[in-house]
Design a protein around this ligand. Sequence first.
Ligand code: NAD
Length: 357
Amino acid sequence: MSNSEIFTQLATYDHEQVVFCNDNSTGLKAIIAIHNTVLGPGLGGTRVWNYGSEAEALNDVLRLSRGMTYKAAISGLNLGGAKAVIIGDASKVKTEALMRKFGRFVENLNGKYITAEDVNTTTRDMEYVHMETSHVVGLPESMGGGGDPSPVTAYGVYMGMKASAKHVWGTDSLAGKKVAVQGVGKVGGHLLEMLHKEGAKLVISDINEATLKHYASTLGASVVNGDEIYSQDVDIFAPCALGAILNDEHIPMLKAKVVAGAANNQLADENIHGPMLIERGITYAPDFLINAGGLINVYQEHIGYNRETAYRKAEHIFDVTSEILKISSNEKIHTQKAAMNLAEKRISDIGKMRSTY
Ligand code: NAD
């Protein structure tokens, strides 16, 4: 890849800074992408992935860091968007020395980038990073961190789902509503508990038989296999496992009137599948808005952790979702677009506000 191609990519998404980190002794090859810091330091997790090529790694980190800008902005946080990827097979490349070396690169950015856990990184890895830099969140509670963010994420999704229900049925009560949850892991599991408590009827799918059995016996959830989850005769579909599931194949299968779940990047192509959902009369609660509880939780850690405040801020997802759904109906634009417009407006307004000393 030539330099001009890299700058073309940075210009496409309007990135501020991209840092390539190389260390021969630990084998570290990482890319830190800082997308936008108008609202505050760029916060985003570090993903370890065995990419097929360096170009693929760069594309992923650019896309993910941009997504973090929108998530932070729509959540009203004083944070920008950034993300890091470490290239390699997590089971082979991750060592104390490599994670600490990565921490030194983060430290060199003087707080412009704050890192956290992501796919294939754990709290243990962040403890290593923390040995070299204070610009890291997602630390265990024993170290003053916020611990596992997934209960707060699930609470935010629940708030987004209730706001969507109110928009569609005039009440935010989920009692008696049928909800299909795809993926009952950390977030999906907590969500199931909340839905069950409110009296919703649950249909679940997962590739993990043990968790399926657990929720079938403890919460009376009905279990379905694989793709059957899309065509269930339910009111709400909550994707909590995979991205890109809202696509040409699955959208026509949906009977649900609301889609609200935790998975990232649910729309395979936002410009095609956002409008397709509207045409089919399906209300989609934008993923980056309603799954922001995890980010809200780590932001609290950044400013001094308080779990109650994290939950209170996650509760606000109800109001923002209601506002987005209204804008989408009034302006006849799909919900993801409405949410992105609102996020961009906040960045622009705050950027202008800061234009004088
Ligand atoms: P997790 O790994 O704990 O749970 C995912 C679950 O999905 C697992 O039980 C897994 O077996 C299941 N799964 C995998 N493939 C599947 C398939 N084909 N069909 C059905 N189930 C399948 O992850 P999580 O932390 O619960 O996160 C769930 C989703 O939410 C992910 O997309 C994640 O990126 C997103 N998310 C999570 C958080 C958080 O705080 N954990 C925050 C924001 C977004």
